[in-house]
Write a protein that binds this ligand. Structure first.
Ligand code: PLP
Length: 398
């Protein structure tokens, strides 16, 4: 063993994703006075830019100097009061954490159980809402891209299902790992509140997070919600109109955010989605050629952000990840809670290209052999075939 590892580390966890040099350079600029005359342009660019990423005209973007968990809490406490019922869907580990947070805040979450192998089922949500004649359920909370499983929930269908029941519950969506990687349309899909974070598709380091809020949710917050100060939307929104923030914003992260938004639009948001979808497809082709199982079993709901891979019984996914890290300097995501040590997760999100994907998959195939995990050869060829046969443009047109 030498003490130096040559070459770039491959950070292939499903977020934080590797930060492009352009963004690192933007973040490294000198910090400015966040109440001075030059700051308003930075603030306006970030707030307006985030609206284009959320795809909203009418909604407003809120930016917190916090990780995604803070923005989760903000979404709940601005709209819901202690004792309120919320309907949540078990897509995986992150839906469970959001549900536990709701409980701790004194809400009454109802959890529709899921098997962690697909996205939320709109019909199950509609069925529960239909029973709630007294409209005691105040919000439906769904994770868009479940980072622990690699499944995407059909948010437009969830909205349609809620509407079909005539139920007035708010629709709150966690797109912390979906935004800027997987198709998301705040206005068109009728989302009331969306929660997101910096460290996934936005290609930034961890540290800032977002709420996108429509007028309906803003109205609810005016008279409702819990006691709050730091997370309060209204105070934030009032000051944001001038480009400023009620407390010290993460100035350098906002430089980085503005660079990230510019990069995403240079590539084209739809092309970014197609690139992720194509890499997801190639990864799944490799996994299937290896004769291993993709955790997401719902066709059409597989994520372009990550692929969770089930190992055969009796083989430790964590030991496998350690082997891949030690030998090939590739960090893979671990299995969380219910699937701990059973799956490993391949992140293929953010600033990522075909050659980086092939490098990652090669490291995994070599790692499978080194770890003595039963598998077939040919994953690399299968992934290459997908890449050769499909261009991002074709996938975007599908
Ligand atoms: N929700 C999802 C879907 C996530 O992937 C994560 C983090 O990975 C979170 C919530 C929590 O966000 P954070 O770790 O930034 O607080």
């Amino acid at each position: 063993m030498t003490s130096r590892k040559a070459g770039r580390h491959f950070l292939q966890i499903p977020g934080p994703s590797a930060v492009p040099d352009r963004i690192l350079r933007a973040i490294s600029m000198q910090t400015i006075d966040h109440r001075g005359p030059d700051f308003a342009a930075v603030g306006h660019t970030a707030l307006d830019g985030m609206k284009t990423i959320f795809k909203t005209d009418a909604g407003r973007a809120i930016i917190y100097p916090a990780s995604g968990t803070g923005a989760w809490e903000a979404a709940l406490i601005n709209t819901l009061s202690e004792g309120d019922r919320v309907l949540m869907y078990e897509t995986g580990h992150f839906s469970m954490l959001w549900m536990k947070m709701a409980k701790r805040l004194g809400l009454e979450p109802e959890f529709i159980e899921g098997d962690w192998r697909g996205g939320a089922d709109p019909e199950a949500i509609a069925a529960r809402l239909r029973e709630d004649k007294a409209h005691e359920i105040k919000a439906v909370c769904v994770v868009h891209n479940e980072t622990s499983t690699g499944s995407v929930s059909p948010i437009a269908d969830v909205r349609a299902a809620i509407d079909s029941t005539g139920h007035p519950a708010l629709l709150m969506v966690d797109s912390i790992s979906g935004l800027a990687s997987v198709d998301f349309r705040f206005d068109e899909w009728g989302v009331d509140v969306c929660v997101s974070g910096s460290q996934k598709g936005l290609m930034l380091p961890p540290g800032i997070s977002f709420n996108c809020v429509n007028d309906k949710a803003m109205e609810v917050a005016k008279t409702g919600g819990m006691r709050r100060s730091y997370w309060d939307w209204q105070e934030m929104a009032d000051l944001n109109q001038t480009g400023y923030f009620p407390y010290t914003p993460a100035t350098n992260m906002l430089y980085g955010l503005n660079e990230a938004i510019a990069m995403i639009h240079e590539e084209g948001l739809e092309n970014v989605f197609a690139r992720h979808a194509r890499h997801g497809r190639a990864t799944r082709a490799a996994v299937r050629a290896w004769d291993l199982d993709v955790l997401c079993a719902q066709q059409g709901q597989e994520s372009g952000v990550l692929t969770a891979v089930l190992l055969p019984e009796g083989h430790s996914a964590d030991a496998f990840r350690a082997t891949v890290l030690e030998n090939f300097d590739i960090s893979l995501g671990n299995g969380l809670s219910k699937v701990a040590d059973r799956v490993f997760r391949i992140g293929h999100l953010g600033d990522f290209n075909d050659a980086m994907l092939m490098g990652t998959l090669s490291g995994i195939e070599m790692g499978l052999a080194k770890s003595g995990i039963p598998h077939a050869k040919g994953g690399i060829d299968a992934a290459m075939k997908v890449l050769e046969e499909s261009t991002p443009e074709q996938i975007a047109a599908e």
